[in-house]
Write a protein that binds this ligand. Structure first.
Ligand code: CDT
Length: 313
């Protein structure tokens, strides 16, 4: 048998405005224990897992925004999760709102950490692709103010040698962009772990049915997995938060692009798979042998141009 990593996607049901971080952490620890009892070595929690998805609300004052941020990790509220990880010898990925200070300047990121089985932080990721708006949308039922509350991540798409594998991280909207996976693919990534908070309705322009939003969720992650011959573990925050729906559909995707485990609820739910870390090797040596087949001389527009420019008409 080749190298194996048994992994869990620990989907979190709704977290309401009134819920305390400490109570959410109790739920995360329960799922960590459930995953550990089935032999998992790594547990993937959602994006902004400790609080409600606060970017849907417009706050005038920075003080009101900052109550959703963590200025240290771990901290008093998350300490029980780190302690449980060390006790069980299980690592985890956790998304949270990070308030950091650089040379006396406050900075705010939508971040995640990869934590080892000794509860030490192995790596940090700061979300690169921030969706939504800078300003509240007039008349909208809710907002998506990530562009207002966070700055774009400054750490790139790193990968880490951990869990006898090569692990990469990203967050939510990043999963829709092929560049996210390809930059990690070019570093030999074997498992991409990511959390997401995806509203069930699209506030922008064309209304999309929820089944189509679910399709796009899986389509993006399955394509990223296959085209880079990597495992992808995507974990949702799901359910109805104070009347606002979030997609579930947490899943574990093989390097072949196939979903091998899928959440069936929109509540707290642990799904697992014992991943063969060598499953992608045949693809990395054939169809997606990057060194043999990629033609970078034709790819320069990807880094030179952000938006599309049409050919002269
Ligand atoms: N959290 C996050 O990135 N959500 C986005 C929804 C964007 S809708 C303005 C997503 O891509 O799922």
């Amino acid at each position: 048998m080749g190298r194996r990593l048994k992994v869990a996607s620990a989907q979190l049901g709704a977290v309401d405005l009134a819920d305390k971080r400490e109570d959410v952490v109790v739920r995360l620890v329960d799922m960590l224990r459930e995953a550990a009892s089935s032999g998992c070595r790594l547990v993937v929690f959602p994006e902004l897992a400790l609080t409600t998805f606060f970017a849907r609300y417009f706050y005038e004052s920075q003080e009101d925004v900052d109550r959703w941020f963590e200025s240290t990790m771990p901290n008093a509220a998350t300490r029980p999760l780190f302690d449980a990880a060390a006790e069980l010898g299980v690592g985890f990925y956790l998304g949270y709102a990070e308030l950091s200070e650089d040379d006396g300047v406050e900075r705010r990121f939508n971040s995640s950490v990869l934590v080892g089985p000794d509860a030490a932080i192995i790596g940090k990721y700061r979300k690169v692709h921030l969706p939504g708006h800078q300003e509240p949308l007039e008349g909208a039922l809710f907002h998506h103010l990530e562009k207002r509350y966070f700055e774009p991540g400054d750490l790139g798409f790193g990968v880490w040698r951990a869990f006898d594998s090569i692990i990469g991280m990203c967050l939510c909207n990043d999963r829709r962009w092929p560049e996210t996976y390809r930059v990690m693919g070019l570093q030999g990534v074997e498992m991409v772990v990511l959390g997401y908070n995806t509203p069930t309705t699209n506030i922008d322009q064309r209304p999309e049915p929820t089944h189509l939003r679910s399709f796009h969720n899986h389509l993006s992650m399955q394509a990223g997995a296959y085209q880079n011959a990597t495992w992808v573990v995507g974990t949702a925050k799901a359910g109805i938060e104070d009347g606002h729906g979030l997609l579930g559909g947490s899943c574990i995707i093989a390097p072949t692009g196939e979903i091998v485990a899928l959440a069936t609820s929109t509540d707290d739910e642990v799904i697992t798979h014992n991943c063969d870390l060598d499953l992608g090797t045949y693809l990395k040596q054939t169809t997606f042998d990057f060194a043999r087949h990629r033609r970078t001389e034709h790819y320069s527009l990807i880094t030179e141009r952000t938006g599309a420019s049409l050919p002269p008409g």
